[in-house]
Design a binder for this molecule. Structure first.
Ligand code: ADP
Ligand code: MG
Length: 239
């Protein structure tokens, strides 16, 4: 494969990315010269100690944040410094995000939380409801659809969050410690769902502290002090 073909195939291409935060008069180098190329369909885990830049990297890939310097190409489009509204539009079409703390809207039911991205995207209500119902069935939430988040278990909340993150059929799913607030069984359910989505062709990037989860991915990136310390392709034996 020549170099041009490889560039064409990459979904995410980060070149010399730095992300600095100014805290008082001190500059924190959260990301320090990141170079990373990710191909559509990969299943990647990101590990590393607290403060090593994992969330900053995921937020940047997810267009929730922008680099201080460097270049980000997403599906061959330069998205390095898009205005906020274009960032949001690209995110809505392309990227799903799942967080450790679920980030559901407390006063909305499970079904309404899942429906929200469709409403924000202006989808016709006649199309919205079948999509929401399908997602609720797939996430095994049929008898919880009318419950609010405080009436759901952690595992159920995260399944609502995954349904919300995937309702727009994104090609890229980012999960920042999605099992961090869950017991082992619920955590494993969530990982199984993410892996099933990956088998359906969605690129999955998961930040995790859990070595057992990290090793299930087909590629493992370890971060240290804002840098990529190692980037390994793993055998797929564990899947
Ligand atoms: P991790 O997710 O690996 O625990 P983070 O990406 O959250 O690490 O943070 C990396 C570094 O950047 C840390 O030193 C953190 O304190 C700093 N940082 C992250 N976000 C901000 C922010 N909004 N303002 C200032 N410093 C930040
Ligand atoms: Mg983090």
């Amino acid at each position: 494969m020549n170099e041009l073909t490889m560039i064409e195939l990459s979904m995410i291409e980060l070149t010399n990315i730095h992300r600095d935060f100014l805290v008082g008069s001190q500059r924190v180098h959260a990301l320090d010269d990141i170079n990373l190329s990710i191909v559509a369909g990969e299943y990647i885990s990101i590990m590393g100690p607290s403060g090593s830049g994992k969330s900053t990297l995921l937020n940047l890939i997810g267009l929730l944040d922008s680099a201080t310097t460097g270049t980000y190409l997403l599906n061959q489009q330069n998205v390095t410094s898009l205005p906020d509204n274009q960032q949001a539009a690209t995110r809505s079409k392309t990227i799903g995000f799942v967080f450790q703390a679920f980030h559901l809207i407390p006063r909305l039911t499970a079904a309404q939380n899942i429906e929200l991205p469709l409403i924000l995207a202006g989808t016709d209500p006649k199309l919205r409801h079948p999509l929401v119902n399908k997602a609720i069935t797939e996430m095994d939430l049929t008898d919880r659809a009318q419950h609010t988040p405080d009436q759901l278990s952690g595992g159920q909340r995260q399944r609502v969050a995954i349904a919300r993150a995937t309702i727009m059929q994104p090609k890229l799913l980012l999960a920042d410690e999605p099992t961090g607030n869950l017991d082992q069984k619920s955590g494993l359910d969530v990982i199984n769902i993410l892996e099933q989505l990956n088998r359906q062709g969605i690129t999955v990037i998961i930040v995790t502290h859990d070595a057992n989860i990290g090793e299930r991915a087909t590629r493992q990136i370890k971060m240290l002090d804002g840098r990529i310390e190692s980037d390994q392709t793993l055998s797929q034996a564990s899947i």
